[in-house]
Write a protein that binds this ligand. Structure first.
Ligand code: NAP
Length: 242
């Protein structure tokens, strides 16, 4: 299991105060990494659960929020998890709901990858990027146009960056979580019809938990994934197999 160890590595996890980001941060820490838990809200609760961790205040409405940190510290693992969703019928969807989602989910993700890639290439090192995609990287969804566009974009950028950087020792991959019980999906679970329709289609017969995503993140962040490039790994209880 030594190739799964993250001992001696530093990992930056965005949106690490809650949900999937928190679970990934705790798991990377459990695998031995020093974790920088980044978020616009306090990450103190996450840091408290990890042997070696620190919090960093960052708002990814600014696409360059992580640039200073990535330019000044050696970070070996980047998990781009911060993301938002806005729901409305497409005919009513506002420009603000388009821009806010694209800015955080896609623009900030790209420029954070860029800052990470620049730093790794400059020091001639190696690195691992794990982007958090979605089932809506593959499917259309409904009433979430900017989210779907952003997550299709995340899958595309993951492959593009893998094509450019694999030869330099940077693994760029993504995880596509299925329906996971977090703040992001509160509205779906509160709607009895949507909740039932979703549950009926999940072969595993239950919503995922944030912890269900953590193992895939540790794998993709580790040397065990050394030859994995440009993959979008579904962790979805079988949803896409249906
Ligand atoms: P969540 O509980 O709402 O977490 C979202 C995280 O992103 C929070 O930490 C949030 O911080 C952070 N964030 C949002 N905007 C930010 C900004 N401008 N700057 C810094 N941090 C920001 O939802 P989640 O389900 O864990 O989502 C995590 C990721 O998984 C997202 O990329 C989401 O699209 C993706 N995902 C989720 C599901 C699911 O079923 N839950 C499925 C597929 C993909 P605040 O707490 O401060 O808002």
């Amino acid at each position: 299991m030594i190739s799964f160890s993250l001992a001696g590595k530093t990992a930056l996890v965005t949106g690490a105060n809650t949900g999937i980001g928190q679970a990934i941060a705790v798991a990377l820490g459990g695998a031995g990494a020093h974790v920088i838990a980044a978020g616009r809200s306090s990450c103190a609760e996450t840091v408290a659960q990890i042997a070696s961790a620190e919090a960093a205040q960052m708002d990814f409405a600014d696409p360059h929020a992580a640039a200073d940190l990535l330019g000044s510290r050696q970070v070996d693992i980047l998990v781009n998890n911060a993301g938002i969703i806005r729901r409305a019928d497409s005919v009513d969807f506002t420009e603000a709901d388009w821009d806010d989602v694209i800015d955080v989910n896609l623009k900030a993700l790209f420029f954070t990858c860029q800052a990470f890639g620049k730093a790794v290439l400059a020091r001639g090192g190696t690195g691992k990027i794990v982007n958090i995609a979605s089932l809506l990287s593959f499917q259309g969804g409904i009433r979430v146009p900017s989210y779907t566009a952003s997550k299709h974009g995340v899958a595309g950028l993951t492959k593009l960056l893998a094509n450019e950087w694999a030869v330099h020792g940077i693994n760029v991959n993504a995880i596509a979580p299925g329906y996971i019980a977090t703040n992001n999906t509160d509205a779906l679970r509160a709607d009895p019809d949507r909740n039932k329709a979703i549950l009926d289609r999940i072969p595993a017969g239950r919503w995922g938990s944030a912890d269900d995503i953590a193992g895939a993140a540790v794998f993709l962040a580790s040397d065990a994934a050394q030859y994995v490039h440009g993959a979008v790994l579904n962790v979805d209880g079988g949803w896409l197999a249906r």
